[in-house]
Design a protein around this ligand. Sequence first.
Ligand code: CMP
Length: 231
Amino acid sequence: MSSDDAQVNDHVRRAPLFAALDDEAARELRATMEEQHLSRGDILFAEGDEGSTLFVVTEGKIKLGRTAPDGRENLLGVLGPGEMFGELSVFDPGPRTATATAVTETTLIGLGHEDLDKWIRGRPEVAYTMLQSLARRLRRTNEFLADLVFSDVPGRVAKALLDLARRFGVQGDEGVHVTHDLTQEELAQLVGASRETVNKALADFQQRGWIRHEARAVVLLDVDRLARRAR
Ligand code: CMP
């Protein structure tokens, strides 16, 4: 593929890897990256695998999950278009720290560590935006840890819904329509609580008129109330 053929869509353009580049450099970088398509349930890589490629989601959603020795799973996050993952094993060579699974039809582009190394050495601004993204992720993780200790499950559910809405929500007449593509089990894994407790919180929010459930989606009808509950 010539660099002119490479499609750098708006989401990709905002990804940390591309954010600091001008259009020409962005096209050049995109042309060195390989595209991959996954269907719902496909595993891109598993926790513990060796890996030296970082990925940017161009379409769809990827969940990052870890499994405890007793088989329970928790989700570190659900990533959508423009979000990056897989950089930990690239910057700090070692096994993958989570399993990456497609939650829906998904397209990704991947960059191997040798190519990444060239870009970072040649363009320090790329390193800077990558560091910024790692810093942001650490901030979010710290906040999540604090919420696990200090917030109750309904508060964490409200926060997770608002976070999904920020990334995948579309404003409609009634409220914010969020197609998260997650099962109730996956939602519970994201919140870090049992399915029963998470379902109870969701049912309570629905009964209060703050949300409405749909299959693998939710409509946020009262964002202000949810935000107050999330605090
Ligand atoms: P890597 O360890 O290569 O593969 C799994 C990826 O999950 C990891 O790189 C990160 O990109 C991503 N990841 C790890 N921890 C978190 C986290 N706490 N929040 C979001 N993403 C994470």
